[in-house]
Design a protein around this ligand. Structure first.
Ligand SMILES: NC(=O)C1=CN([C@@H]2O[C@H](COP(=O)(O)OP(=O)(O)OC[C@H]3O[C@@H](n4cnc5c(N)ncnc54)[C@H](O)[C@@H]3O)[C@@H](O)[C@H]2O)C=CC1
Ligand SMILES: O=C(O)[C@@H]1CCC=N1
Length: 246
């Protein structure tokens, strides 16, 4: 997720980016590619007085890192993209800092992300503007209450992987019928992109959009019935439940 955010922000050419990571060749390569400053300690990072610190570390080590941020300038805004720690935990560790929680998703790397964002009440209006300005450069930002962050973050953050499984299966079905893999992949991704754009632009319910494709007695309804028979809808609902209640 850290790489995806850096890529999306680098695409805007509007930010001086800094990456903090323990020695990791993948990150050094990315820093060469995107030309961002790489630091290896929190002390180095703090000295640079960043406007924002975005946390994208595994949940298991995040609070240790947070405890090292006590000397960070309180004007710096901390944005945690880590699933699994509450605002209260961050606030107890850093009571004088401005901290918000979000769950972005991988398409932030191409500025087409969906980021669920929780802003606590103590954040000033100007900081709120700054946070939204930043995240909106990465795609769409959806403001939610903290108790909604888990399910909204699951649907927004995990589902790109579910869609990728769908894309791969769709491409497999084309390859099974003799299409080249590259063509099948492109066809599947382009179709999902178009269907999603239509859903967003028309504002129509997905069920109505589905009905528009299903000609009476036609081919699509046969496919839809097969999806229902094979538990596709239920499989999606169970996947989200499994991801959200882990
Ligand atoms: N992968 C995704 O689509 C999303 C991930 N997240 C959150 O992002 C966080 C990271 O997830 P992934 O990127 O998938 O895992 P990852 O394992 O790919 O990345 C974790 C990164 O943290 C770095 N790291 C480890 N110790 C560190 C330290 N002490 N200081 C600085 N960096 C350190 C690792 O080198 C690695 O680059 C998790 O908390 C996850 O909940 C949130 C939304 C979406
Ligand atoms: O798999 C995970 O834990 C993270 C949270 C949201 C998306 N990926």
């Amino acid at each position: 997720m850290g790489s995806a955010l850096l890529e999306g922000l680098a695409n805007t050419h509007e930010f001086e980016l800094i990456g903090k990571n323990p020695i990791n060749p993948r990150v050094s390569d990315l820093s060469d590619k995107l030309s961002f400053t790489l630091v290896h300690s929190i002390a180095e990072l703090i000295k640079l007085s960043p406007n924002f610190v975005i946390l994208t570390t595994p949940a298991s080590i995040t609070m240790d890192i947070v405890s090292e941020l006590t000397d960070l300038d309180t004007n710096s805004i901390i944005i945690s993209a880590v699933a699994g720690h509450s605002y209260e935990e961050y606030h107890q560790a850093l009571p004088n800092h401005q901290i918000v929680r979000c769950i972005p998703n991988i398409p932030v790397s191409v500025n087409q992300g969906t980021t669920s964002l929780f802003i606590p009440e103590n954040i000033s209006d100007s900081s709120r503007e700054e946070i939204l300005d930043l995240l909106n450069k990465l795609g769409e930002t959806i403001l939610v209450k903290e108790e909604q962050l888990s399910i909204v973050g699951t649907i927004g953050g995990c589902s790109p992987a579910f869609v990728d499984v769908f894309l791969d299966a769709l491409a497999d079905s084309g390859v099974l019928e003799g299409l080249q893999r590259k063509l099948a992949n492109k066809l599947a991704a382009s179709m999902v992109n178009g269907a999603a754009t239509l859903a967003l632009k028309s504002g129509k319910e997905p069920s109505l959009l589905k009905d528009q494709v299903c000609s009476p007695g036609g081919t699509t309804i046969k496919g839809v019935v097969s999806l229902e028979k094979n538990g596709f809808r239920n499989a999606v609902i169970e996947a989200v439940k499994a991801a959200n209640h882990n």
